[in-house]
Design a protein around this ligand. Structure first.
Ligand SMILES: Nc1nc2c(c(=O)[nH]1)N[C@@H](CN(C=O)c1ccc(C(=O)N[C@@H](CCC(=O)O)C(=O)O)cc1)CN2
Length: 284
């Protein structure tokens, strides 16, 4: 079913839900999903509403300007309008470890993700064969401190060439520059292999083992310039014990990573994530 999705944020005040639903009703809109949240600490209102498009009384291109004139302006809203009939295009970045990549390819192949994967990009050649076996182009860029910026430029060109909507870092182990990230604000999803904010950086499982933790975890977040500090989208934990080796922690943790990343991708695809002041509201 063709549907529109509206994500709204504005200062909290009376009458917002009534005005949005009245607007949709006045154009014969049939609401499919509606959810809202008020952050009383900062007096902010957040909403996600979707409705059927086939019976709606406005053309797609009319919705944004007319909603702004009739409702947005009145409440000084910031809003984004999405439609579900164009499949988003998701590029995947990977380094040496393939568990998250393979999980994504498998879920995509079995139809769990309503997305196109136009390209997989890596700083290692290891996974060329398996990616191409799924019929997806694979591009390898060797990265070092000296060529990092040149490589990012080539990667961005490739992302543009493939009309990429958003990027998933499936255990991609290179720190991205602010310039790179600026091209995809809150559109680069990373899976960090710890329960953030604990154990940021490249080797959280080893740090967790040394600390003697009883719980490890994984965190999916939007990428910002500050490492592993972007808006958290999804997290999960798992128990570990004194007799578990570092390799055990990695094994236990990788299963958690795959589930957490797949949930974050699904929320992003379904436009259920609203990022605000380095936090997220997940409408699920
Ligand atoms: N600007 C950002 N870039 C990246 C982020 C991020 O949050 N902001 N997340 C990382 C993923 N990551 C942990 O989840 C991570 C990756 C890499 C490193 C790191 O120290 N990399 C070294 C090279 C290590 C190597 O070659 O094996 C480096 O880039 O110099 C730390 C954390 C992805 N990028």
């Amino acid at each position: 079913m063709k549907k529109a999705i509206l994500i709204i944020q504005c200062k909290d005040q009376k009458g917002i839900v009534a005005s949005v639903s009245e607007f949709l009703y006045s154009y014969q809109g049939n609401i499919l999903e509606i959810d809202q949240h008020v952050d009383q600490e900062i007096g902010m209102f957040f909403m996600r509403v979707s409705w059927e498009l086939d019976t709606f009384g406005l053309k797609r291109e009319e919705i944004e300007p007319i909603f702004e004139a009739k409702v947005g302006k009145k409440f000084d809203m910031e809003f984004e309008l999405f439609f579900n009939f164009r499949k988003p295009r998701m590029a995947v970045f990977v380094s040496k470890l393939s568990h998250c990549l393979i999980d994504i390819l498998s879920r995509h192949y079995s139809g769990q993700f309503d997305v196109d994967i136009p390209v997989v990009i890596s700083n290692h050649a290891d996974h060329k064969k398996v990616v191409e076996a799924f019929g997806i182009p694979f591009h390898y860029f060797a990265v070092d401190k000296a060529n990092r910026m040149d490589v990012e430029e080539k990667q961005l060109e490739l992302l543009n060439q493939y009309r990429t909507d958003f990027v998933v870092l499936a255990r991609y182990m290179q720190i991205l520059s602010e310039d790179f990230i600026r091209n995809y604000p809150n559109k680069i999803i990373n899976i960090h292999h710890s329960f953030l904010p604990a154990f940021v950086g490249a080797k959280p499982y080893h740090a967790a083992y040394e600390r003697g933790v009883k719980i490890i975890g994984a965190t999916a977040h939007y990428v910002t310039e500050e490492l592993d500090a972007g808006p958290i989208i999804e997290q999960e934990v798992a128990r570990v014990r004194h007799h578990n080796s570092p390799a055990d922690l990695v094994q236990i943790g990788q299963d958690v990573e795959k589930v957490v990343l797949s949930k974050a991708i699904k929320y992003h695809l379904e436009r259920k994530i609203l990022a605000y002041r380095n936090k997220t509201i997940i409408f699920y």
